[in-house]
Design a protein around this ligand. Structure first.
Ligand SMILES: [Zn+2]
Length: 134
């Protein structure tokens, strides 16, 4: 069994639907075939995929909202260390941050938050620059 097929069998119906919705286009044709095969096996029609992207009520009742993906509600997250940098007036500041990334839809709230961090870092540097008169 291919890695992607094994992964798909471990997903709930709504997760397979979201996986299709958010990531299908990013796969090579052979993997796309595996995804379509899995959808067919579960009697999910791609033309009505939105109908299947909503988790069942019993799942929604048991999840901890802080531990699921805010985008697709999957609990299949993985942790990664991300690196980023801010460059300003010939000075580059590198920094690391922890990011949780959703395996189903690739959404990462931490990456969204990082953009805000980056913006505030930039304004701090701008402030320092103005004060030092460079
Ligand atoms: Zn997600």
């Amino acid at each position: 069994m291919k890695k992607i097929e094994l992964f798909l069998t471990q997903l709930e119906n709504f997760e397979v639907a979201n996986f299709y919705k958010f990531k299908f286009d990013s796969f090579m044709p052979s993997s796309q075939n595996s995804i379509l095969k899995e959808l067919k096996k579960r009697n999910m029609n791609v033309n009505e995929i939105d109908k299947f992207t909503i988790p069942p009520k019993n799942y929604l009742e048991t999840i901890d909202k802080d531990l699921v993906c805010p985008n697709c509600l999957s609990n299949k997250y993985y942790n990664t260390k991300e690196q980023d940098s801010v460059t300003f007036s010939y000075v580059t500041i590198d920094y690391n941050y922890d990011a949780k990334i959703c395996l189903v839809c690739s959404y990462s709230k931490d990456k969204v938050d990082n953009k805000k961090v980056k913006k505030s870092l930039f304004s701090v540097l701008n402030f320092i620059k103005k004060r030092s008169g460079n």
